[in-house]
Structures are given as structure tokens and as C-alpha cells.
Design a protein around this ligand. Structure first.
Ligand code: NDP
Ligand code: 8X3
Length: 248
């Protein structure tokens, strides 16, 4: 099987790529950082094809996919993982550029790659789109404003794809992880403030990228008649709090 994993240069995408190759699949790993993808290619060998593009760049994404070598074009599994959170400020203090970048990446980029690969899957009547959403798409939290809203989009987009794929064998799943360490997620969210990023995981046994990779592998390995619509995964250490009430 040929898989495309977006955001393979770090975190979940890197772990998912490793797990898929280890399971005997061929993986196209994408991202903006060519050197990271090349290093992963050195590790994984001929089963891994690095493909550099920015999902915010429509023309660049289209030409990267159109330029795939002939024997790498029939993608059976698309893992839409590339994404990011930027900032944790309340909405009225957030940076509008951060908001626009999250929307351009998590929504426009994800829908673009999906739209480009889906026709081939439908034509072959074979394929699986696994989107990496988030618990932030279901549960609101202070400062989650646009990030959570982009993941709510991913959740509903996943369900609506299933509706459009009625009668087709193509499957769609939304993976909704909670607090996960071992990635650059918080370093990116806090614009390179690594000390602040580290505090997010202090004293917590968070989910690791390998846990998400195992989950993706399991979802993909279900029998062809089974569609896992969504799966929500949190560390045991993360749970729910009471709703906030402001008292006068
Ligand atoms: P990382 O920051 O470690 O990885 C993000 C990946 O996305 C990188 O490979 C990055 O590659 C890629 N990416 C970001 N922007 C673009 C872009 N414009 N074009 C192409 N690739 C891009 O974070 P995670 O591994 O933690 O995050 C992966 C996904 O999981 C995200 O969608 C995130 O929202 C989601 N998630 C993360 C959770 C967590 O707690 N870590 C929990 C729930 C969901 P490059 O910089 O090379 O372009
Ligand atoms: C990442 C998890 O809770 O930081 O999507 O938004 S959270």
C-alpha cells in the first residue's frame, strides 16, 4: 500500500511514517522542512519518498502531487496530519496572522490535499482518509478559539466526506487526540519559547507520537467493511473539569 502522511517532518507524522514503513507499506512523507524529510528518508530507505511542499500554497501543493513518480501516484491512505496551533491568548487579544495561518493550514491545506487525492481513491474504489483532528474540536478551552474551531471543521468535514462517499469503498476517520508530548506542537504554539512549551507536559504522562501511530495503524488495518468514524484518545492524566461560572 502507498500512504501519504502530511507533516512527516516531526511529531505524529514522523512516528506514523515509521510505523507504516515498518508494517511493510510505502510512504510519501510531506512537509516544508526538506532536511528533516531527507533525514527520515535516510533512516527509512526506499520505502519512504520525501515530498516538500507547503499546504498553504495551492499551486505548489498541486504541482508537487502532480509531479509524483508514476509508481507513487496511487495513494491508498492519506493521513492528513500537517497542522498547528499558534498562540493561546483570548480571542480579543489574539494575533490575526496566527488565526489566518491556522485556518490556511488546518482547514484550507487539509481540504486541498484531500480534494487532490480523493478522485483517484474513488476511481479505484479503494482508499482511506485519516484526518488528525483534536479533542479541541469537541471541548472548548480558554485560548483554544480558532485552533479548536479548525479542528471542529475537520471533525465535520470527516463526517460529510463519509456522506459523499456513500456506495464507495473509500473510508474516512477522524482521530481526536488530547494532550500529547514528544512533538513540536507546543514549541510551535508558543512561537519557539521552548521553556514555556516544556511546562505544558511537566509532571504529566502524556500520550506519545508512537501511541498515535499505533492507533492510525490499527484504524487502517480494520477489515475493509469496517469504518472507524472517529476515535478520541486522552492520557489517563487528562480529564474533564467543571464549567466555568462567573459570579457577580
Ligand atoms: P508538530 O509540530 O511536531 O508537527 C506538525 C507537522 O505539520 C510538521 O511536520 C510540520 O512540518 C507540518 N506542517 C505544519 N504546517 C505546515 C504547512 N503549512 N505545510 C506543510 N506541513 C506543515 O506537531 P504534532 O505532531 O503534535 O501535530 C500533528 C497534528 O496533530 C496537528 O494537526 C495537530 O493539530 C494535531 N494534534 C496534536 C496534538 C498534540 O498535543 N501534540 C493533540 C491533538 C492533535 P514542517 O514544519 O516541516 O512544514
Ligand atoms: C492539541 C490538544 O488540548 O492542546 O490539539 O488543544 S490541545
Amino acid at each position: 500500500m502507498i500512504a501519504m502522511v502530511t507533516g512527516a517532518s516531526s511529531g505524529f507524522g514522523e512516528a506514523i511514517s515509521r510505523a507504516l514503513v515498518k508494517a511493510g507499506h510505502r510512504v510519501i512523507g510531506t512537509g516544508r522542512r526538506a532536511e528533516r524529510l531527507a533525514a527520515l528518508g535516510d533512516e527509512l530507505g526506499d520505502s519512504f519518498l520525501p515530498l516538500v511542499f507547503d499546504v498553504q500554497d495551492k499551486a505548489g501543493t498541486r504541482s508537487a502531487l502532480e509531479g509524483l513518480p508514476a509508481d507513487w501516484r496511487e495513494v491508498d491512505l492519506l493521513v492528513n496530519n500537517a497542522g498547528l496551533a499558534l498562540g493561546l491568548a483570548p480571542a480579543h487579544q489574539s494575533d490575526l496572522d496566527d488565526w489566518e495561518q491556522m485556518i490556511a493550514t488546518n482547514i484550507s491545506g487539509l481540504t486541498l490535499v484531500t480534494r487532490l487525492l480523493l478522485p483517484g481513491m474513488v476511481a479505484r474504489n479503494r482508499g482511506h482518509v485519516i484526518n488528525i483532528g483534536s479533542i479541541a474540536g469537541t471541548y472548548p478551552y480558554p485560548g483554544g478559539n480558532v485552533y479548536g474551531a479548525t479542528k471542529a471543521f475537520v471533525k465535520q468535514f470527516s463526517l460529510n466526506l463519509r456522506a459523499d462517499l456513500a456506495g464507495s469503498a473509500v473510508r474516512v476517520t477522524n482521530v481526536e487526540p488530547g494532550l500529547c508530548g514528544g512533538t513540536e506542537f507546543s514549541n510551535v504554539r508558543f512561537h519557539g519559547d521552548d521553556a514555556k512549551a516544556a511546562t505544558v507536559y511537566q509532571g504529566v504522562q502524556a500520550i506519545q507520537p508512537e501511541d498515535i501511530a499505533n492507533t492510525v495503524l490499527w484504524i487502517g488495518e480494520q477489515p475493509a467493511h469496517v469504518n472507524i468514524n472517529s476515535i478520541e484518545i486522552m492520557p489517563v492524566a487528562q480529564t474533564f473539569g467543571p464549567l466555568h461560572i462567573s459570579r457577580g
